[in-house]
Design a protein around this ligand. Structure first.
Ligand code: ACO
Length: 323
């Protein structure tokens, strides 16, 4: 059977680092509060000329180089983002143009912080359905541009960046020893809209709007939703938490990550954490964390890797794959 195998990975971050200390001069907050409540120590902020598409294209180039491929070898580009360069065309098409190709097709996926998990699951279906052989799956965001920088309850949490992987169709045996995606589990429930949303849009206000969040409410639902889809992934495959080599969670908050890992019985040394360095970069956070842990040699070929995310909508999901 056809499996969607990770052939390469890459990441891109803006030049500018914004520390918690610097934030202290912008809103009434403290490094201590931010670290204690979230685990975040710094985040990257896009400057002039740095956009979701430029960061996404840089991450895509890095992933192609890591895979030993060129843009010519790719037939589909999926970009997960909630902060597109323009309302349309899709950021993925913008990235396709920046990569200098006109063949194949490209589109965006919008599932906020779960966007990368949704995009990977979508790419896997295109590959297994025979519509694509190599897919660039990108998570790219510039959340700094939709933050209300006077609202200390949200502006300290988010950052900008992009990550990408190349998924390739490869022949597998159909068993759990195969490399590639073994299962994807996706969920959403729109009744939670008011807890995490942007208060603008083309069809309502005609403006871009700002991110609004009831942090405590989001927190309350996060661990349960995340662990539910992970347990569904275990049920679908017969894999158990003890078999997992690496949990690569969405990087929203260290306490959510720790709480989820503890509930699942996954020890901290198997959890990839980058939220301290990147803040919450929404759809970019998982591919950024994947690229970090693969580049430093933690994630190795053959490792069982569990991705999970939960975000605005609410949307949530998990992907279990062998690297
Ligand atoms: N600096 C200092 N004090 C602050 C700040 C700040 N930046 N922000 C809020 N406070 C204050 C509040 O005003 C409140 O003060 P009060 O007690 O006098 O009213 C106090 O700190 C506690 O506020 P809470 O909201 O109860 O703090 P909590 O412990 O819940 O932490 C946080 C807030 C970090 C947002 C937490 O609820 C959280 O992480 N929620 C999950 C949300 C999340 O991660 N969303 C990301 C997007 S969704 C996703 O990706 C999963």
């Amino acid at each position: 059977m056809i499996r969607s195998v990770v052939r390469g990975f890459g990441a891109a971050l803006p030049k500018r680092v914004l520390s918690n200390r610097e934030l202290e001069s912008m809103v009434e907050t403290s490094d201590e509060w931010i670290v204690q409540r979230t685990g975040i120590r710094q985040r990257y902020i896009a400057g002039e000329g740095e956009t979701t598409a430029s960061l996404g294209a840089d991450a895509a180039r890095a992933a192609l180089a890591n895979a030993g491929l060129s843009a010519e070898d790719v037939d589909l580009i999926i970009c997960a983002t909630s902060t597109p360069d323009n309302t349309f065309p899709a950021t993925a098409v913008n990235i396709q143009n920046r990569l200098g190709i006109t063949h194949g097709f490209a589109f965006d996926v919008q599932a906020v912080c779960s966007g990368f998990v949704y995009a990977v699951a979508t790419a896997d279906l295109y590959i297994r359905g025979g519509m694509a052989k190599r897919v660039l799956v990108i998570g790219a965001e510039t959340f700094s541009r939709i933050l209300d920088w006077t609202d200390r309850t949200t502006c300290v949490l988010f950052g900008d960046g992009a990550g990408a992987i190349v998924l390739e169709a490869q022949e597998g045996q159909g068993g759990l020893a195969d490399r590639g995606i073994l299962t994807s589990q996706l969920r959403s429930d729109g009744s939670h809209k008011e807890k995490l949303y942007v208060d603008g849009g083309p069809s309502t206000t005609g403006t871009v709007g700002h991110l609004r969040m009831e942090g405590r409410e989001v927190f309350k639902h996060a661990v349960g939703m995340i662990t539910d889809v992970i347990e569904q992934s275990f049920e679908a495959t017969g894999i158990s938490a003890a078999d997992v080599d690496w949990l690569v969670p969405h990087q929203a908050n260290k306490r959510i990550i720790d709480g989820s890992a503890k509930k699942l019985g996954i020890p901290p040394e198997k959890v990839v954490v980058t939220v301290d360095q990147h803040g919450n970069t929404s759809a970019a956070s998982i591919p950024l964390a994947l690229a970090t842990a693969a580049a430093d040699g933690r994630i190795k070929r053959g490792d069982l890797v569990l991705l999970e995310a939960m975000g605005g909508g609410f949307t949530w999901g998990a992907v279990l794959l062998r690297w």
